[in-house]
Each structure stands twice: as C-alpha cells, then as structure tokens.
Design a protein around this ligand. Structure first.
Ligand code: AMP
Length: 215
C-alpha cells in the first residue's frame, strides 16, 4: 500500500504514521525526520537544510526530492510506504507522480488529517519528541501530574523541536496554507483524497484512517 498522509504541522501525521507502520508492516518515510537525521549527523545536506528549517520555511525541492528518490529505492519500500510530510507543494507532488509512474507503482490514497488552526497551535507548542526514537508526546494530553516519558527508550529525554517554539510555528502554518494546502484540490482532482477528522483521540483518528484507506 502506498499512502500519503497530508495535513498541517501538528495534525498528527507522525503519530498516526507510527500506528500505520505497525498495522500494515510498511515503512514511514518522513522527510522531516530524514532532514533532522542529516542535521544531527552534520552531513552536507543537513547543513544545507538548516537555515530553511530553523526559519519554518520549506527546504528546496531538489534537496528533498533527491532524498526521497534515494529512500524509495531501499528494499523495505518495495511493498509500500507511508509518506509523512511529503509532498509539501505542487512541484513535489508532480515529481512524486513521475517517480512512481516510472516504477509503475501509483499512490493508493492520500489521507488528509483535518484540524482547526487553534487546535494545531496548541498541539505544536505542547509537542515533545523522544530524542532517541522520535516518538511524539504532548504535555497537554499526558496524564495530569505526570510528565510523559518514552517507555521504549529508557533514560532518553523528551525534547522540544526548535521549530515547535512559538515564534516559528506561525511561519510554518503560513507555509502550509500557501504551499501545501493546494495539494488538497490536486489530489481531489486525481480522485485520491480521503478526508479524516483529526480532532479526536489517537485511537479514533486511527480507526477513521483505516476506514478511509479501505474505501
Ligand atoms: P516536519 O517534521 O514534517 O514538520 O518538517 C520539519 C521541517 O523540515 C519543515 O518545517 C521544513 O523546513 C522541512 N521539511 C520537511 N519536509 C519537507 C518537504 N517535503 N519539503 C520541504 N521541506 C520539508
């Protein structure tokens, strides 16, 4: 199965991708995670991406497309994948279509996680990730009086991404509105879009996604 998870930053793409990985046995391909990994390793690509990421802007298409092409050619992507955070604009969507047409492996569905802007803002400011495995937590939805921790990575800290700081979030949401939202009409016209209400608990949203994919 080849799926794109579409949605604004904070709509739950990362959390839901991790569930889809377990349910369908296909990898999550997150361009945000790949870029953060490249930065942590200090590669040339990572250094190139840094300025755009810190400013909440999109990294240039050539860099992101090169990274995606390489990742899709790895053996674990042969039976399908979940694209999380890619494509982010129309040129990326067109490049993806061309890549998949070459492989004769078109997308099966594009799932839009739909959420109100106010809710997105709160989710993003409360988001923390495990420094080791990237699992996503939220200080507003963890049990009262407890700080969330990653039970899979003993001793690992939960950290706030630099671009989840309040001053960058507004910029990222603007970029979504201007550059990523046009993908909704693009994939509606292609007959691939399935819209899911993402303002519910993780399990309910996951069940809605599974229903949407099965359609
Ligand atoms: P994310 O974790 O998906 O929110 O991505 C974090 C940041 O990485 C974004 O704000 C962009 O700077 C960059 N990024 C991630 N995916 C893409 C993409 N498909 N195209 C361009 N930039 C991206």
């Amino acid at each position: 199965m080849r799926i794109v998870l579409l949605g604004a930053p904070g709509s739950g793409k990362g959390t839901q991708s991790q569930r889809l990985v377990k349910a369908y046995g296909i990898p999550q391909i997150s361009t945000g995670d790949l870029l953060r990994e490249a930065r942590a390793k200090g590669t040339e690509l990572g250094l190139r991406a840094k300025a755009a990421m810190d400013a909440g802007k999109l990294v240039d298409d050539a860099t992101v497309l090169g990274m995606i092409r390489e990742r899709l050619s790895l053996p674990d992507a042969v039976n399908g994948f979940i694209l999380d955070g890619f494509p982010r604009n129309i040129p990326q969507a067109q490049a993806l279509e061309a890549m998949l047409a070459d492989l004769r492996e078109p997308l099966d569905a594009v799932v839009l996680l739909n959420l109100d802007l106010k809710v997105l803002f709160k989710r993003l400011t409360g988001r923390r990730i495990c420094e080791n495995c990237n699992r996503v937590f939220n200080i507003y939805t963890s049990l009262p009086g407890t700080l969330p921790h990653c039970d899979q990575c003993a001793g690992a800290r939960l950290i706030q991404r630099d671009d989840d700081k309040e001053e960058v979030i507004g910029k990222r949401l603007d970029v979504y509105e201007a550059q990523t939202k046009p993908l909704i009409s693009h994939y509606t016209a292609a007959g691939l879009l399935r819209t899911v209400d993402a303002d519910a608990d993780v399990e309910t949203v996951f069940a809605n996604i599974q229903r949407a994919i099965a359609k």
